[in-house]
Design a protein around this ligand. Structure first.
Ligand code: ADP
Length: 260
């Protein structure tokens, strides 16, 4: 960037446009490299479960297994198929969000209703293993797209559950702060995230621990989806974390999006 402005100064007035074109090409090249990375990532993410699935099929086909053993293989195959399904669903969600040129809907989203849905899903996912706490501190609601907001909230809650060991605690809160901004907070007592990773967490397929993410059914796209939805609602995604202690993810909505 510094180089470019130096060059701008060195060139006579009429040639500025030419220099801007040079930068445009760099941007295009960057976009192209990102697209190639993305396709490579998607291919890799798809190929792994397909390869595992084929291995299981081969085994069931070639070995004379007892019914019980066969059932075990079928369960493992189902898990791999489920993984591909989640990946395709998250890719579609992301593609829809990215291609949507329209601003997010602006209808009243009842936070109490969302909290009840989130609580139900969280209990099913945790299976009684975590201490779950849902707290509606403020009665105000949110203006936005209900499906998108539920998807963003739900991604944060399921991450907290998936990354927190069984004995851990998870707290989910909704409140309106002194400045009238709406805050949705998810706090967990999980492993935490080292600071050098924080700024990259919302990149597609960025994971701190690849195998842990896969073990817990992660696609690596959840926070990229959350970030997109936040942007579409002029909300900020704020992440605080202490390794060994836990993490807090917050979505902060502007006061214009708070409804009575
Ligand atoms: P994934 O499907 O891998 O969970 P996400 O985009 O949702 O993908 O999250 C990206 C990465 O951020 C995860 O792989 C994990 O390393 C880290 N992460 C997200 N939420 C938490 C959390 N609550 N505690 C610890 N690490 C987390």
């Amino acid at each position: 960037h510094g180089n470019l402005s130096l060059m701008l100064q060195a060139f006579p007035f009429g040639q500025k446009r030419h220099l801007l074109l040079v930068q445009d090409i760099t941007d295009l090249q960057k976009a192209d490299a990102m697209r190639r990375d993305f396709v490579a990532n998607v291919s890799h993410e798809m190929r792994t479960p397909i390869t595992v699935l084929m291995g299981f099929l081969e085994t069931v086909h070639s070995l004379d297994l007892k019914k019980e053993q066969q059932d075990q293989y079928f369960d493992m195959m189902m898990a791999q198929a489920q993984r591909m399904k989640s990946l395709v669903e998250d890719l579609l969600t992301l593609a829809n969000l990215e291609s949507n040129a329209l601003p997010a809907a602006n209808t009243v989203v009842k936070v109490e209703t969302l909290m009840a849905l989130l609580k139900n899903d969280a209990e099913a996912l945790s299976q009684g293993k975590h201490a779950l706490n849902f707290d509606l501190e403020s009665p105000q609601n949110l203006m936005g797209d209900e499906r998108e907001i539920l998807s963003a909230f739900s991604n944060l809650v399921s991450n907290a559950i998936r990354y927190t060991p069984d004995v851990g605690a998870i707290r989910v809160e909704w409140r309106v702060n002194d400045q009238g901004q709406g805050e949705f907070l998810v706090t967990d007592s999980g492993p935490g995230i080292a600071s050098e990773h924080l700024s990259r967490l919302t990149e597609r397929f960025y994971r701190v621990d690849r195998s842990r993410s896969r073990d817990t059914g992660g696609t690596g796209l959840g926070l990229a989806i959350v970030k997109h939805i936040a942007n579409r609602h002029q909300a900020q995604l704020l992440i605080e974390s202490t390794p060994g202690k836990g993490s807090q993810f917050m979505l902060r909505f502007p006061k214009e999006r708070i409804a009575a």
